[in-house]
Design a protein around this ligand. Structure first.
Ligand code: ATP
Length: 265
């Protein structure tokens, strides 16, 4: 990455939805106009042995929206998220990502291409496992930029900006194990946003949190993504999380069985 990393404006993204939406962190590339399709899945299929995880999914995700993917355990939510994000290659169908250079077929790229795409275009907030416990909060965020070629001082400057915006001032040098679950998820949000990635994927981002902390983390996640014109795709079992999104997609047995506006619309 050659651009100077984006840094949020002064202040915090706040604890409330309204406050969280206020400061805008410029994306490294011109943001896709709101409402434009940014990710398009066509006829996605995926099987694991004899298990059909996806049985033909069509889905369009538009810039600036927050899409909650819901459904019973085993209905294919995580597999769909992983196919959209280029973590897993579907057996059939395709996933297209709109970029400044035209549509990139995520599903057609080899592992190196998908890895680069994930680093440059996507942010990830998962329930667990993505933060490096041996690194501090600051290092966990800065490393996302350093992997893209940003020098350490600039990466740390941007990381500090995001950690402060997410209410973690003073905790920059704590290791992940020295943070609460909610604080660790804020670090994950900072790491997912610091590169300016236009699309963030979250898989049960509040799954391990109590309901008050869950609401705070979800507000911050929305403020940092759709609040700054970016796009969020979130897998969740929690109707409260889905109610904060603009659209809800429900899966059953690897198929989309319902789609409707979320409470945020
Ligand atoms: N790596 C894998 N190997 C074998 N089977 C898998 C694998 N990943 C997923 N599956 C199976 O595919 C189906 C869909 O799994 P997936 O994780 O996408 O569902 P989910 O809706 O996210 O479930 P949950 O809510 O329990 O996380 C399940 O039957 C699951 O057991």
């Amino acid at each position: 990455m050659s651009q100077h990393p984006p840094v949020p404006s002064a202040g915090t993204l706040g604890e409330t939805r309204a406050a969280a939406a206020a400061p805008a962190a410029p994306a490294p590339t011109a943001p896709t106009p709101a409402g434009t399709p940014v990710l398009t899945a066509r006829g996605l299929t995926k099987t694991y042995g004899t298990t059909t995880a996806l049985a033909g999914v069509d889905l369009t995700v538009r810039a600036g929206e927050s899409v909650a993917i819901m459904g019973a355990s085993g209905s294919g939510k995580t597999t769909l998220l992983h196919c959209l994000a280029g973590i897993v290659r579907p057996d059939g169908g395709e996933v297209g990502l709109a970029t400044a250079a035209g549509e990139v077929m995520v599903s057609g790229l080899n592992e190196a291409g998908r890895s680069r795409l994930r680093r440059e275009q996507f942010g990830f907030v998962f329930q667990e496992g993505l933060l490096l416990p041996e690194l501090t909060a600051l290092e966990n965020v800065a490393v996302a930029l350093m992997l893209g070629g940003v020098a350490r001082p600039a990466a740390e400057h941007a990381a500090v900006g995001w950690l402060h915006a997410l209410g973690l001032a003073g905790m920059e040098h704590r290791r992940i194990g020295q943070l609460s679950g909610g604080q660790a998820q804020r670090v994950a949000i900072a790491r997912a946003q610091v590169t300016g990635a236009p699309v963030t994927f979250a898989d049960e981002p509040t799954g391990a949190l109590d309901s008050a902390t869950s609401a705070e983390v979800m507000d911050l996640l929305l403020g940092a993504t759709t609040g700054t014109g970016r796009t969020l795709v979130v897998v969740t079992h929690d109707e409260g999380v889905a109610a904060r999104c603009t659209r809800v997609v429900r899966l059953r047995d690897g198929r989309v069985v319902a789609e409707h506006a979320g409470g945020a619309r």
